[in-house]
Write a protein that binds this ligand. Structure first.
Ligand SMILES: NC(=O)c1ccc[n+]([C@@H]2O[C@H](COP(=O)([O-])OP(=O)(O)OC[C@H]3O[C@@H](n4cnc5c(N)ncnc54)[C@H](OP(=O)(O)O)[C@@H]3O)[C@@H](O)[C@H]2O)c1
Length: 258
């Protein structure tokens, strides 16, 4: 699908996985892009390919979103943009180990990347989106927000923030023409499980039917955005698990309080 009047889509964490898949899909639809991540050489390669293949413009914004000064720089760039059509707050990473065992610097970096950056970048983007009566913000959260297990505490808590933040913004933006989505992908093939933190994890042993490709996740997200769905869990199996988890929690709450 081509767009008549392409705006700019800013994607954080666009150097691999789901962010790269968003960049590729939106470029094929004719949008210009602003790509944010730390690995500039990967962004350069993606930008070069997408510019020549789709005749679009791609701006590279190298930034470490765990750093205050880099968040401020991206925030200022967003505030200067007149045609920001969509903001995809996708950058993220995981850690393994109990909260007290993970280096505190890693946990505070996670809070900055998953919570502070999306909040500040959304805050910077919204005034012009609301004034133009159009735009969208996609916050990439996770079904981990609904399941608590030891070793995932800060990750689950930060992703829960993104869901609550998106649901609240969705209510505040009703009638403005601006859409908000909390995208909650299940196991997705990407760079996520291939970092140092996951060297001892057994993610490879998870059954194949639980996994989706980044492209499938992006397709579900963009289709759901058209329907104005706020919390989006791609994949039948993931939705089934998510509904069961919610029901189970409700069952426990009933058992406890009734
Ligand atoms: N894969 C899954 O199973 C899964 C499931 C649920 C949710 N998610 C969420 O999906 C999102 C995308 O992850 P992915 O699966 O596509 O993994 P990925 O391939 O590892 O991509 C993560 C992206 O985030 C960027 N990033 C990480 N730390 C950053 C920082 N400090 N500053 C700026 N950018 C940073 C990385 O870029 P640089 O390294 O170049 O900076 C990379 O582009 C994350 O928010 C993740 O929590 C993933």
């Amino acid at each position: 699908m081509e767009v008549d009047n392409p705006g700019v889509v800013l994607i954080t964490g666009a150097s691999s996985g789901i962010g790269e898949a968003f960049a590729r899909k939106l470029a094929s639809m004719g949008y210009n892009l602003a790509l944010v991540a730390r690995r500039k050489e990967r962004l350069d390669a993606i930008a070069g390919e997408l510019e020549s293949r789709h005749s679009i413009k791609v701006e590279i914004l190298q930034a470490d979103l765990s750093h205050e000064e880099d968040i401020s720089r991206i925030e200022r760039r967003i505030a200067d943009m007149d045609a920001l059509t969509m903001l995809v707050n996708n950058a993220g990473f995981g850690t393994t180990g109990h909260c007290s065992d993970v280096e505190i610097a890693k946990s505070t970096a996670m809070i900055a990347v998953h919570v502070t950056a999306p909040t500040r970048l959304s805050h910077a983007a919204l005034p012009k989106m609301v004034a133009r009566k159009q735009g969208a913000i996609i916050n990439v959260a996770s079904p981990s927000a609904f399941v608590l297990f030891p070793g995932n505490t800060i990750y689950s808590a930060t992703k829960h923030y993104l869901i609550t933040f998106s649901e609240g913004l969705g209510l505040e933006l009703e009638g403005t023409g601006v859409r908000v989505q909390a995208l909650c992908p299940g196991f997705t093939r990407s760079g996520f499980h291939h970092t140092e933190a996951f060297t001892k994890s057994k993610s490879d042993s998870m059954p194949g039917f639980l996994w989706m490709s980044a492209e499938e996740v992006v397709k579900c997200s963009l289709e759901a955005l058209k329907r104005k769905q706020v919390v989006v869990v791609p994949g039948f199996i993931n939705r089934l698990m998510y509904i069961r988890m919610r029901r189970f929690t409700a069952y426990l709450a009933r058992k406890m309080f009734q």
